[in-house]
Design a protein around this ligand. Structure first.
Ligand SMILES: Cc1ncc(COP(=O)(O)O)c(C=O)c1O
Length: 405
C-alpha cells in the first residue's frame, strides 16, 4: 500500500503541476507552459523592437501579492493633479510620477499638468486632442495637422479618429521632416498643429524643431501648437548629456508623450503625457460631480497599477541607474554600428539615436532576432533595424555579428 502511494506521488510530481518544460514552475496548462518557454527564449534575442526586456518589477509583484493588493480593485478615474485624490485610486502616486518627470522635460512644477497614460499612442491621442481643442478654442478655426511621413502611424490614425485634416510632410532620407517642405505646405490662414517625431520609429530620426519652429515663426499671426511624440527617445534622452533635446525650455513645445514600457521597462503598455497649464485650461470642460471635478482627460477609468509601477521604479531604479542604462545603451549603439562597419555591412544611424538600420540579413536571422523590417530605395531597398535597449549587450551584439558573418 505504502509503495502504491509513493508511486502516485512520483507520477503527480512528474506529470502534474510542478515542473514545466525547461525546469520552470508549471502553470498546470500545457499550452501556457509552452508559450512561457517561447517568451523567455525570445526575450534574449528580441532586438528589433523598443522594449526594455530587463524589467525591474520582481519585488513589486512580491509586495503586491504578499500584501493582498492583488485582491484590491483600484481605479484612477479622475484628475491625478488635484490635492484631493480619490481614496480607491493611486492618484497620489501618479501625481508624484508626473512631478518627478516635470523638470526632466523642461516644465515648471507650477505650470504643468500630466497623467500616466495607457501607452505612447494614448499620450499622442491626448496631445492631438488637446492641441486641436486649444487651437479651436483660441481661434474658432480647426487646425491642420502637420506631421512627417516617417512619424509613427498612430499619429495618422488618431487624426483620422478625430476627423482632423492632415498634411503629410516629406522627410529627408534620414527621416527628418524637411523644413522647406513644411514651408511649401503651410496654410497660414488656419492654425497649425505640429506633431514632431522625437525618434521616428524605423530610422530613429529627430525632427529639427529649431528649423521647423523658424518656419512657423515666419507667420506670427498663425496660432501654433506643438506636440512631441517622444515614445522611445523621451525615455532615455533625459538621462544623457542630451537632455536639452527633450526639454520644453530649449525646444519650445506645448505637450509631450512618452511610452512607459519602452525605456522604463514597465512590463505592459503605459506612458506619460505632460502639457502646460495654458493648454489644460483651454480644454473643453466636463464637470463630473461623482468624480473629483473637471474631467479634461479622454478616458474615464484609468489604470491604477501602472502609475504605481512607475512610482516604484522611480524609487528602485531612479535617476542614477537610468542614467547608467541610457549611457550604456548609447555606447552599445555605437559599438553595434562599428561592428557592422568592420564587416562592411551597410548600416546607418541618426544622431542621438539608439536605433541602427542596415541592409536586411537572411530571413532566419531576422526571425531569430525579431528584427523589424523596412524598405527604402535611398538605402538600397530591403532594410532591418535593431533598437539597442538595456538587454542588447555587447556580448549579444558579438553573437549577432558572428551570425551575420
Ligand atoms: C515614435 C513612436 N510613436 C508612438 C509609438 C506608439 O507607442 P505605443 O506602442 O506605446 O502606443 C511608437 C511605437 O513604437 C513609436 O515608435
Amino acid at each position: 500500500m505504502k509503495k502504491f502511494f509513493l508511486l502516485v506521488i512520483a507520477v503527480v510530481t512528474l506529470f502534474g503541476c510542478s515542473q514545466g518544460a525547461g525546469g520552470q514552475k508549471s502553470s498546470g496548462y500545457e499550452k501556457l507552459d509552452e508559450w512561457t518557454q517561447i517568451w523567455k527564449t525570445g526575450q534574449q534575442t528580441c532586438f528589433g523592437y523598443p522594449a526594455n526586456q530587463e524589467s525591474a518589477l520582481q519585488d513589486f509583484y512580491e509586495w503586491y501579492v504578499s500584501t493582498g493588493m492583488d485582491r484590491v480593485n483600484l481605479n484612477n478615474a479622475g484628475d491625478p493633479m488635484t490635492d484631493d485624490p480619490w481614496s480607491m485610486s493611486t492618484q497620489a502616486f501618479e501625481k508624484e510620477v508626473i512631478e518627478f518627470f516635470t523638470p526632466l522635460y523642461g516644465f515648471d512644477q507650477n505650470d504643468v499638468w500630466g497623467i500616466v497614460t495607457h501607452s505612447g499612442t494614448d499620450g499622442n491621442n491626448h496631445g492631438i486632442y488637446f492641441g486641436a481643442k486649444y487651437l479651436y478654442n483660441k481661434t474658432g478655426t480647426l487646425p491642420i495637422v502637420y506631421v512627417s511621413d516617417e512619424a509613427h502611424y498612430s499619429n495618422l490614425r488618431l487624426c483620422d479618429l478625430q476627423n482632423l485634416e492632415v498634411k503629410l510632410i516629406k522627410s529627408d532620407p534620414m527621416g527628418r521632416m524637411i523644413p522647406e517642405e513644411l514651408e511649401k505646405a503651410l496654410d497660414p490662414e488656419r492654425p497649425a498643429l505640429m506633431v514632431y517625431a522625437m525618434g521616428s520609429t524605423f530610422k530613429g530620426a529627430i525632427d529639427d524643431m529649431e528649423a521647423l519652429n523658424a518656419v512657423l515663426a515666419k507667420h506670427p499671426e498663425m496660432a501654433v501648437y506643438r506636440h512631441v511624440d517622444a515614445a522611445l527617445f523621451g525615455g532615455y534622452l533625459p538621462f544623457t548629456e542630451h537632455q536639452k533635446m527633450v526639454s520644453r525650455k530649449d525646444q519650445h513645445f506645448e505637450s509631450i508623450a512618452i511610452s512607459g514600457h519602452k525605456f522604463f521597462g514597465i512590463d505592459s503598455p503605459s506612458g506619460l503625457f505632460l502639457c502646460t497649464h495654458k493648454v489644460y485650461d483651454n480644454q473643453n470642460n466636463y464637470n463630473v460631480t461623482y468624480l473629483n471635478g473637471n474631467m479634461k482627460m479622454i478616458n474615464c477609468s484609468r489604470d491604477a497599477v501602472q502609475p504605481l509601477k512607475f512610482w516604484w521604479l522611480i524609487q528602485k531604479v531612479g535617476y542614477a541607474k537610468w542614467s547608467e542604462q541610457a549611457n550604456a545603451m548609447m555606447d552599445c549603439t555605437e559599438y553595434l554600428a562599428q561592428e557592422l562597419e568592420k564587416i562592411s555591412w551597410p548600416c546607418w544611424r541618426n544622431e542621438y539615436s539608439n536605433t541602427v538600420f542596415f541592409k536586411r540579413p537572411a530571413k532566419e536571422i531576422c526571425s531569430k532576432y525579431n528584427l523589424a523590417l523596412g524598405y527604402d530605395e535611398n538605402f538600397g531597398g530591403e532594410l532591418a533595424h535593431i533598437v539597442v535597449m538595456q538587454h542588447v549587450t555587447k556580448a549579444k551584439i558579438d553573437g549577432f555579428i558572428k551570425e551575420l558573418k
